[in-house]
Write a protein that binds this ligand. Sequence first.
Ligand SMILES: [Zn+2]
Length: 290
Amino acid sequence: MKDYLVRGIVDSKNVRVFACSTTDLLEEARKKHGLWPTASAALGRMMSVVLMMGSMMKSEKSLSCTINGGGPIGTMICSTKGDGKIKGFVANPEVHYTYNDTGKLAVGVAVGKEGYLEVVRDMQLREAFSGRVALQTGEIGDDFSYYFAASEQVPSVVSVGVLVNDTNEILASGGFIIQLLPNATDEDIEYIEEKMKDFPAVSALIHDGKTPEQILEMIFPDVKILDHQDLSFECDCSRERMAEALYSIGKAELTAMIDEDHGCEIKCHFCNTAYQFNEEELSAIRDSIK
Ligand SMILES: [Zn+2]
């Protein structure tokens, strides 16, 4: 099953809904970054939510999200332009913890909860909008749920999950978001709360072959699907962009790279691609600085 996202509406319950499968794109990210299982789970959960938020975008150019909970995984950043493509990384990919009682991947331990979740929306021709909230558990889903309520005043259920096999490959990744519309009633809220009690883990559902539509239909049999979007892990970095970055570090630093290191390698944080520049290329960049 190829990764995709659906957006829908449930008129009878006054909610809008989103669901996605992100198994393949997380596997792609895992290979690129060398993610250990708990790091895969943390980044996978975050990418699922950010992709669903991307499909909520209106006039924004891009949306990026940063989480830093003070835990061993360090800063996590994901970014999308709302086109179904996402790039993202964690500062320390070699992180793995499980909970002793359940054996589940301990995302909250890896991420930590003494920190923040920040969303920055790059608006066309206007100042960027940003919202920041304190982390609640570091488990990602809970933290975004709190973000939607506190920062955007939209009560939301956020459920995201990742399953990893014994050799660290991604078996399943995805999630769903339910957002109350302003006209939602107490009955609508009770219905959702009742449905969410004992609802299976979303990663298990995806692993069983359930599609994003089918997962939403399990909660809302009368959901109307409005949109489909293909999803992928894709970075927009390039050699030209890296050359621009070198241009901006200045003549003295470039001279040191040329004389001492006879070249340089720059890695893109988001996708871990390495770009090499030799002495001649660095000299050309240096000489073009006025
Ligand atoms: Zn890149």
